[in-house]
Design a protein around this ligand. Structure first.
Ligand SMILES: *Cc1c(COP(=O)(O)O)cnc(C)c1O
Length: 387
C-alpha cells in the first residue's frame, strides 16, 4: 500500500543512483536512461560540475526573498539575454508556471497599451502546456480537462500546422498565438520552418504576440539553443523549464523589452522563483550548453541516431511506422501496442517514455556518447525483431 496518491501510472522500478546516461536500480540493474526525467537531465546524472556548484552554494545561501537583489539570477538572466532574442527574464519553478506567466504577460501587455479586450490566446488543439487550470484549457484536450470544469475561458484552438485553420480562428481579440516550437508530449511533431515563418508574418501584420513554448524542446534539446532558431523567427515570449535546471526545478519566461515593460512591481511573483541555489545550478547548465562544440555535437548525434532509426524502420515496417524528431527530441511511432513496446525496451534495460499518437519518446542526455546511442539502437533492433 502506498501513501502517494495514484495520479501517476508508475513502473515498478526505483533507482539508487545515476551516472551519466545510466541509472542503477535499487535491485542493482543498470539501465540506459534515454528519457532523462522527460528532457530534464541535460547533462546526465551526477554531473561533477553540477555536484560541485550545488555543494558550494549549499554552504553559502539557499534561498532569499525576491524582495532582495539576487546576483546569481542577474547573471543567468544576462547570459540568456546575450544568447537569445530576449531582453528580460522572469524566473519561476516549472514549465506550467512559466506558461501561465507567459499568458499573463501577453494579456497585461495589451491591457497596458489600452487594449484590454485583446486578451484571447490562440493555441493548438490537443497540445500540451502543463497541468495547471489555465494550461489544461489552453491544450484543448478533452482528456486533460475532463472533470476539471468550469472551463477557464479565453483560449481558442487551431489544428496542428494548419495555416488555414489558424487564420480562421484569429479575431480582433487575439492577443497571442501560443504553441510549442517542436511538440513533445503530443507526439514529437516538428513544425516546418515555413509554417513558423508564416505564423510570424501573421503575428506582425495583426499585432499579435508570438509565444513559443520551449519547455521541452529548448535549452539545446533541438540541436540549437532554441528550436525557433532553425526558422530564424523572433518570438515575443518564450517560456522554458525542464532542461535549464539539469534536474533542479527551474522555470523561466524570456521576453522582449517591449512586452516586459508592463510587468511592473506587483504584477507577478513567485516565492521560490530564481532563488540563489536554483540560479547557481542554472548558470552551470547554461555554461555547459553554450560551450563550443556542445550543440554541434547534439546535431551530429541526432543525425546519426535518426539515420540509423530510419534504417530500422525500413527493416521492420510492421513494427515501426514513422521516425520523428529534431535534435535529441526523437519519436518512434510504432504500429504495435505502445505500452508493450516500451515495456520490452525496459526489460532490455533501455528507458524511454510514451508520447501521444502511439509514439515512443527518446530523450537522451544532451552529452550522450555515440556508443550509448549504439547500445540503444541494438536494444531497439532486438525488441523490433521480437514481433
Ligand atoms: C513538461 C511541459 C510543460 C509543463 O512543465 P511542468 O514543469 O511539468 O509544469 C509545459 N509545456 C511543455 C511543452 C512541456 O513539455
Amino acid at each position: 500500500m502506498s501513501y502517494l496518491a495514484s495520479n501517476y501510472k508508475r513502473r515498478n522500478i526505483s533507482f539508487k543512483k545515476g551516472k551519466g546516461s545510466y541509472l542503477i536500480s535499487t535491485n542493482g540493474k543498470r539501465y540506459l536512461d534515454f528519457l532523462s526525467g522527460i528532457a530534464v537531465n541535460t547533462l546526465g546524472h551526477s554531473n561533477p560540475k553540477l555536484i560541485k556548484a550545488l555543494n558550494l552554494q549549499a554552504k553559502k545561501v539557499w534561498h532569499v526573498s525576491n524582495s532582495f537583489q539576487i546576483p546569481e539570477g542577474e547573471l543567468l538572466a544576462k547570459k540568456l539575454a546575450n544568447k537569445t532574442f530576449a531582453d528580460k527574464v522572469i524566473f519561476v519553478n516549472s514549465g506550467a508556471e512559466a506558461n501561465e506567466t507567459a499568458i499573463k504577460i501577453a494579456r497585461r501587455y495589451f491591457y497596458s497599451i489600452g487594449k484590454p479586450n485583446k486578451n484571447r490566446i490562440l493555441c493548438i488543439k490537443n497540445s500540451f502546456h502543463g497541468r495547471t487550470l489555465a494550461n489544461i484549457f489552453a491544450s484543448g484536450s478533452k482528456k486533460m480537462t475532463e472533470g476539471f470544469g468550469p472551463k477557464v475561458s479565453g483560449f481558442d484552438h487551431f489544428l496542428y500546422s494548419d495555416l488555414n485553420s489558424l487564420k480562421k480562428k484569429i479575431t480582433k481579440r487575439t492577443a497571442a498565438i501560443f504553441f510549442e516550437t517542436a511538440m513533445g508530449e503530443s507526439g514529437i511533431k516538428v513544425h516546418s520552418k515555413k509554417f513558423l515563418k508564416e505564423v510570424k508574418k501573421i503575428c506582425d501584420k495583426k499585432n499579435i504576440l508570438l509565444i513559443l513554448d520551449e519547455v521541452q524542446c529548448g535549452i539545446g534539446r533541438s540541436g540549437k539553443f532554441f528550436a525557433y532558431e532553425y526558422a530564424n523567427v523572433k518570438p515575443d515570449i518564450v517560456p522554458i523549464a525542464k532542461g535549464i535546471g539539469g534536474g533542479f526545478p527551474i522555470g523561466a519566461v524570456l521576453m522582449t523589452k517591449k512586452v516586459s515593460n508592463c510587468m511592473v512591481p506587483g504584477t507577478h511573483g513567485s516565492t521560490y522563483g530564481g532563488n540563489p541555489l536554483a540560479m547557481t545550478i542554472g548558470n552551470v547548465v547554461i555554461d555547459e550548453v553554450f560551450k563550443k562544440g556542445f550543440l554541434g555535437n547534439v546535431r551530429k548525434n541526432s543525425k546519426y541516431f535518426l539515420k540509423e532509426l530510419n534504417n530500422l524502420k525500413k527493416h521492420y515496417p510492421k513494427v515501426i511506422k514513422e521516425i520523428r524528431g529534431i535534435g535529441l527530441l526523437i519519436g518512434i511511432q510504432v504500429n504495435v501496442d505502445l505500452a508493450d513496446f516500451i515495456n520490452k525496451l525496459t526489460l532490455n534495460r533501455l528507458l524511454t517514455i510514451r508520447a501521444a499518437e502511439n509514439v515512443v519518446r527518446i530523450l537522451p542526455p544532451l552529452n550522450v556518447k555515440k556508443k550509448e546511442i549504439d547500445l540503444a539502437l541494438k536494444i531497439i533492433n532486438k525488441v523490433c525483431s521480437e514481433y
